[in-house]
Design a protein around this ligand. Structure first.
Ligand code: HEM
Length: 236
């Protein structure tokens, strides 16, 4: 293994995972007030609604696909009776659909951010870097799924990228597994680790704060100056 390969496929991942964990602890302890989406809904809500919905629906579908394709070993799906052909058909169809959903949402959100003067004004440098990495993840992921697997001859990432990723967490990194993968998969994985390292310092921290209490908490009461209370119909 060359020095550059060790740096890219062993050092970078472990540094990124460490920054991800320690960074979250640091941010939680020092900046709970800033631990938000930094929502720009008050500045513009109509275009935000469609983009956010598509982006997040697509994201959860893509996440499900990654859990099945990367974290679950091929031997387990084979044992469950899923043949390689069956897996390939489902992964390419569902992967393309969910990736397109997320990409469409992302494009809508980026158009809004770039064209609405007030939203653009509250966009920070960290936001820009986050969007750049998300864009690289989306384009490289879609190229892998559509270009390599749907239109191209097909590439079995469950033999290389997936075991490489799992082995990192089993503390037996094996760079040789990924160095042979097509370049678009390698780019996807490197951008992924960079995104994980940036995560705790960005607005992406909101992902860990699902507002579950919204479902059960009582309504907010609005009081007029005179003192009579009116319950808000919607839980805002
Ligand atoms: C470093 C961890 C990750 C690994 C090992 C990984 C691996 C992969 C692989 C192997 C594919 C191609 C599937 C195929 O050829 O059919 C893919 C697709 C994709 N990835 Fe990732 N990925 C990672 C993280 C992410 C993240 C963080 C995002 C977005 C925030 C993302 C977004 C996508 C998208 C949109 C696709 C295309 C749609 C799909 O097939 O689901 N990936 N990823």
């Amino acid at each position: 293994m060359t020095r550059v390969e060790t740096l890219l496929w062993v050092v970078l991942p472990y540094v990124a995972i460490t920054v991800f964990v320690v960074g979250h602890i640091w941010r939680y302890r020092t900046d709970q007030v800033g631990w938000t989406t930094r929502s720009s809904q008050l500045l513009e809500s109509r275009r935000l609604r469609a983009g956010v919905l598509l982006f997040h629906l697509g994201f959860f579908a893509v996440l499900g696909g990654h859990i099945l394709g990367i974290l679950v070993p091929a031997s387990l799906t084979e044992w469950a009776g899923v043949t390689e052909d069956m897996y390939h058909a489902v992964s390419v169809t569902a992967g393309t659909a969910s990736g397109l959903l997320m990409l469409t949402g992302f494009v809508l959100l980026m158009l809004r951010r770039g064209t609405d003067t007030r939203v653009r004004a509250v966009t920070t440098r960290t936001d820009r870097l986050t969007y750049l990495l998300l864009g690289v993840m989306l384009v490289s992921g879609m190229y892998a799924t559509v270009g390599e697997n749907l239109i191209g001859g097909g590439y079995d990432y469950r033999e290389t990228v997936a075991p490489y990723f799992r082995d990192l967490f089993l503390l037996r990194p094996d760079a040789a597994l990924i160095t042979e993968a097509p370049v678009v998969y390698r780019l996807h994985v490197i951008a992924g680790f960079l995104l994980y390292a940036l995560w705790p310092f960005s607005r992406l921290v909101h992902a860990w704060s699902v507002p579950v209490k919204y479902l059960t908490r009582s309504n907010i009461l609005y009081r007029t100056r005179g003192g009579s209370a009116r319950s808000a119909g919607a839980r805002t």
